[in-house]
Design a protein around this ligand. Sequence first.
Ligand SMILES: Nc1ncnc2c1ncn2[C@@H]1O[C@H](COP(=O)(O)OP(=O)(O)OP(=O)(O)O)[C@@H](O)[C@H]1O
Length: 258
Amino acid sequence: MDDVAGSNQPARAEAGPDVAIRTVAVGKSYGTGETRIDALADVGVDFGKGRFTAIMGPSGSGKSTLLHCLAGLDRPTSGQVLFGDLDLTRLPEKALTHLRRDRVGFVFQAFNLIPTLTALENITLPLDLANRKPDQAWLDTVIATIGLGDRLTHKPSELSGGQQQRVACARALVSRPDVVFADEPTGNLDSSSSADVLGFLHRSVRDFGQTVVMVTHDPSAAAYADRVLFLADGRLRSELLDPTAESVLDAMKQLEVG
Ligand SMILES: Nc1ncnc2c1ncn2[C@@H]1O[C@H](COP(=O)(O)OP(=O)(O)OP(=O)(O)O)[C@@H](O)[C@H]1O
């Protein structure tokens, strides 16, 4: 059993059979005294398995901080993050590194592809780094779904922004992670490329049962999700099921009023 050094608390925990990640009273503060900022306060929420959840809220409301705590990129100051059968808040650094490598996929706003590798080499990079052989049938499925056809031998500089982000999505999915985290994945894309990328993420949930958690500012992007969580001042304020761009806009207006 993995224990945090100096702690008797086990790192094993159980979020629940249908729950990919559960947060329990999560808080994250920066600084102390007068300059202390509570980026997150008392956030308790379940992220269902095989669901597409969007996180929205004004600038500075804690969206990225929450995503980083969920993905094991950052540790909360208080509370628990239960990731499947693990309590991330009690997991030693090395085990967190393994979790990020083996059980989590990331899509960032800035694509973050390796410029010297081809699209295909970028997609299989996480497997190569982990010394794992690709599941060829799954790789073929992912490649067919991103629809890059003959562009797989191209370098990122020879691809459009939308094509690069679809490669980044395929890279996030290739190891069949428990959860794909996307931080503003369409922030640098035009509306047509955004629709391609969001459509791909949506299909990965609907057709392959992938769990996706996405931070976005864009109501149209959030409308691709099954559920939208709204943060304000580091607190969870409301949520919306089966969102549309209009209902998300309304909820955001309510957030500003409230
Ligand atoms: N490393 C840090 N040190 C100090 N304060 C931080 C740090 N990271 C974030 N913060 C603060 O925590 C709060 C939440 O930041 P966060 O980036 O999570 O918000 P956000 O909702 O993702 O914002 P945006 O939409 O602008 O990206 C902000 O007040 C921010 O200034």
